[in-house]
Write a protein that binds this ligand. Structure first.
Ligand SMILES: Cc1cc2nc3c(=O)[nH]c(=O)nc-3n(C[C@H](O)[C@H](O)[C@H](O)COP(=O)(O)OP(=O)(O)OC[C@H]3O[C@@H](n4cnc5c(N)ncnc54)[C@H](O)[C@@H]3O)c2cc1C
Length: 403
């Protein structure tokens, strides 16, 4: 439901410092937006209640892709623009500086899995129609591309060469460093606690645990905490339950560095049976995840259960990398739980908060892929005062109660 003006607490307060824009949330979304806004000449304040990149961004698989987003054209295009946004940054700063490994992705399926095979061929056709680079890979070529992996004799693959692996915490810190170099301010261990607004609902500033600050534009980039933060900031508890965002936890296992070069060259994804994601991690080890194994940690996140679940991930990885069987000690692996901020219709939320002029929201899954494009487009919206047309399908107003 829209914020009625009366739903925002009206507070008379002498603001300490004035900024053009305040961003709440130091994950990849908030930091990328801070980068593009400061680049556009804005005086930016970025607030993070903890340390930057310690939220979902620090526990993400971090595969930047548009290759698995084919059901909705606008959402595909947004993700493809995210990948292109990285490409522009790569040309400017280089992969190492940004923390990018341009491996491309291999999505592997067995012909005997008739439904899965058909679905992946349809996915390849859709990618071609959408203009996203892809190539169908035979069993023989698959073995050449990944000589150290083991595949069934009837396995084939879809190669998406433009997909990227991102060292998300590193990239996020780089974005912030650039913002600071442009005169922006980062406050860590600083939580936003109350929104300041006129009685017409125009945002004027923010109260935080480190004082109050003035700005005519405030961006909420608080990921999985969006609903509760909105409720806290506005004093309207209804947002905590009505904001259209689900929280979906996932387990990411990161092995210690392997004694030899990681035995895979691409991001590997097998679907849909024995679903498994593996990528060569930036530390010289492997990062392993699986959507169906994620389901096992929803209700139980005790260390013992996580250890058992992590062991399952390792065993699944050994089916394609049997030479590693028994060589990785689960107790030396990092078992990170990340919580996906998942809008209820699966697509991004980016746009103005209805009836609260100057308050803007970004909440999305696939935020690693989307950070460059969402940051850039939000900066354009703020600096021009008009949201780009491409963002129209992603406005919060598409949800009933927020129109
Ligand atoms: C297991 C898993 C796998 C994933 N895999 C991929 C993938 O392969 N590719 C991809 O593109 N995406 C992936 N994602 C999704 C992606 O990681 C997220 O969409 C992205 O990290 C969200 O970033 P964010 O900046 O919105 O949120 P966060 O990183 O959570 O940042 C939000 C920040 O806001 C801060 N905050 C909250 N409230 C306040 C407040 N009141 N005041 C100040 N600060 C506050 C929090 O402390 C937090 O640091 C995955 C996610 C998970 C969990």
């Amino acid at each position: 439901m829209p914020i009625a003006p009366c739903a925002i607490r009206i507070t008379v307060f002498i603001c300490r410092m004035t900024y053009d824009t305040i961003i709440i949330g130091g994950g990849i979304i908030g930091c990328s937006t801070a980068f593009y806004l400061s680049r556009a000449g804005q005086k930016v304040l970025l607030l993070e209640q903890d340390k930057i990149a310690t939220g979902t961004t620090g526990n993400s698989f971090a595969w930047a892709n548009a290759s698995v987003k084919t059901t909705d054209r606008a959402y595909h295009n947004l993700n493809a623009a995210g990948v292109k946004g990285y490409n522009a940054l790569q040309s400017e700063f280089g992969n190492e500086t940004l923390g990018i490994n341009p491996t491309g992705a291999l999505e592997v399926v067995s012909k005997s899995d008739a439904d899965g095979y058909k679905a992946m061929q349809a996915q390849a056709r859709a990618l071609t129609t959408f203009g996203y680079a892809n190539r169908w890979i035979s069993n023989a070529e698959l073995r050449q591309l990944e000589p150290e992996m083991t595949f069934p004799d009837d396995a084939e693959a879809l190669l998406s060469p433009d997909d990227l692996l991102i060292n998300a915490p590193h990239f996020t810190r780089f974005m912030v460093d650039q913002m600071i170099a442009k005169g922006g301010t980062l406050l860590e261990n600083c939580a936003a606690t109350e929104l300041l607004a006129t009685d017409e609902g125009d945002v004027t500033g923010l109260i935080t645990t480190q004082g109050s600050f003035h700005a005519d534009n405030i961006i909420l980039a608080t990921g999985q905490d969006t609903a509760t933060t909105l409720a806290t900031l506005t004093g309207y508890d209804g947002f905590a339950t009505r904001f259209p965002l689900n929280k979906v936890p996932g387990l990411i296992l990161t092995t210690p560095p392997l004694p030899t070069t990681p035995p895979l060259r691409h991001m590997y994804y097998s679907a849909p049976k024995n679903e498994l994601h593996i990528l060569p991690e930036f530390n010289g080890g492997l990062k392993i995840a699986s959507d169906d194994i994620d389901g096992m940690i929803i209700d139980n996140q005790t260390p013992e259960h996580l250890r058992k679940t992590g062991q399952l991930l390792l065993e699944r990885a050994y089916t394609v990398l049997p030479q590693l069987t028994g060589t990785i000690n689960i107790d030396e692996c990092k078992l990170g739980i990340g919580v996906r901020p998942y809008p209820t219709d699966g697509k991004t939320i980016i746009g103005p908060m209805p009836d609260a002029k100057g308050l803007h929201i970004i909440a999305t899954h696939s935020g690693i892929t989307l950070a460059p494009v969402l940051g850039q487009l939000m900066a354009e919206a703020i600096t021009t005062g008009t949201y780009p047309e491409t963002l129209a399908p992603f406005a919060l107003t598409r949800f009933s109660g927020f129109a």
